[in-house]
Design a protein around this ligand. Structure first.
Ligand SMILES: NC(=O)c1ccc[n+]([C@@H]2O[C@H](COP(=O)([O-])OP(=O)(O)OC[C@H]3O[C@@H](n4cnc5c(N)ncnc54)[C@H](OP(=O)(O)O)[C@@H]3O)[C@@H](O)[C@H]2O)c1
Length: 320
């Protein structure tokens, strides 16, 4: 059994990890950390876990004797946390924040569709961002083919859980419901990791990603639309995409009509493409808390520990 701890377990991604790991056949959850909830049973914070776990939150970090720790901390908090709590190389660290996605300090960028062989050897894994996952999986095959020399136009809409558990004016029900808004126009922090991967897939990649992020009025899920001028046929594009994802455990190319609920509550990314008006248009859909965060983190854990990539992740969609 993989002895595991979760830091930031009272938050959204931490809670989602608990939900996945209490039923994972190869994981023993040793502790769940929270400063604000220490001493409380897990169900005091995640009431849906009644009957599934008797764990109690602790504010103590035991850096010894663990095989794996997940860090579910806000951006900028993971690096100082690891400085204060140095885990030995025998402990695999999977960080869900942006802090190490530049692959500094020995971290490997944890996008399995691109880096599976490196993740399998890694002791430090930087889990991708949620928008970054949706956008990279929409465009990676096209970038690899060298089709993305010019500007890439991308929109993405996210559910409110993407902003974390802490209440803010833009996650407040009154302002979020029946509403849509744009934020961080062309400047979203995930562009850095997206460009890093695209440069890895095509060393000549100089295309610019113009990304318009939207806040959606739903709780879970990310929908991405990307397009660029494309002179080939739709069939050729489809063939390249299917080939690129031929070994992907969770990313599927589908020519069925796509909607968000097909992926909500699953670790899947569904990709749909079509050619219109000289443009290749690609849609991708993920659950921001699963393939966009905690599900992908468990997928990375499975790879790093030599397990079946799908273990503990064969989940049922909401569908309708
Ligand atoms: N939400 C998503 O869809 C999503 C997707 C991809 C990546 N991410 C990334 O995953 C990370 C966690 O996101 P989240 O949505 O789970 O956030 P969240 O709901 O706000 O939870 C973060 C948790 O971190 C703990 N925390 C904050 N500062 C801390 C510190 N200095 N030391 C120890 N614990 C601290 C807090 O717990 P206590 O106050 O109880 O200690 C809090 O519950 C972020 O970096 C986020 O960007 C999130």
């Amino acid at each position: 059994m993989i002895k595991t701890g979760i830091v930031g377990a009272a938050g959204y991604t931490g809670g989602e990890l608990i939900r996945l790991l209490v039923h994972h056949p190869q994981v023993s959850l040793e502790w769940i950390h929270s400063n604000s909830q220490q001493g409380k049973p897990v169900v005091a914070v995640h009431p849906d876990l009644i009957g599934d776990s008797e764990l109690v939150f602790t504010n103590q970090i035991d850096t010894k004797g663990l095989d794996l720790v997940f860090l579910c901390l806000p951006h900028g908090e993971a690096r100082p946390f690891l400085e204060q709590h140095p885990f030995g190389q025998e402990t695999v660290v999977i960080d869900l924040s942006t802090d190490f996605r530049d692959e500094s300090e020995g971290f490997v960028y944890g996008l399995p569709e691109v880096n599976a062989s490196r993740i399998k050897q890694a002791k430090r894994i930087a889990n991708p961002g949620c928008f970054a996952t949706g956008i990279q999986l929409a465009l990676a095959p096209a970038v690899k083919e060298g089709w993305c020399a010019g500007p890439l136009h991308v929109t993405g809409i996210t559910g409110s859980t993407g902003a974390g558990k802490k209440l803010s004016p833009t996650t407040h029900f009154s302002e979020r419901t029946q509403n849509v808004s744009v934020y961080k126009l062309f400047t979203h922090q995930h562009l850095k990791e997206i460009n890093q991967t695209f440069g890895q897939l095509d060393s000549d990649f100089h295309g610019q990603v113009f990304f318009v992020p939207y806040r959606g009025n739903f709780a879970r899920g990310i929908w991405v639309t990307a397009y660029f001028p494309y002179s080939g046929t739709e069939e050729a594009a489809l063939e390249a995409y299917v080939h690129f994802y031929r070994q992907a455990a969770f990313t599927h190319v589908t020519q069925q009509d796509l909607d968000l609920k097909q992926v909500v509550n699953t670790n899947k990314c569904l990709v749909h493409l079509k050619k219109e008006a000289g443009q290749l248009v690609i849609y991708s859909a993920i659950d921001n808390l699963l393939k966009g965060a905690s599900g992908q983190a468990v997928q990375n854990m499975n790879l790093a520990f030599g397990l079946d990539e799908k273990l503990g992740l064969q989940l049922k969609s909401v569908a309708f």
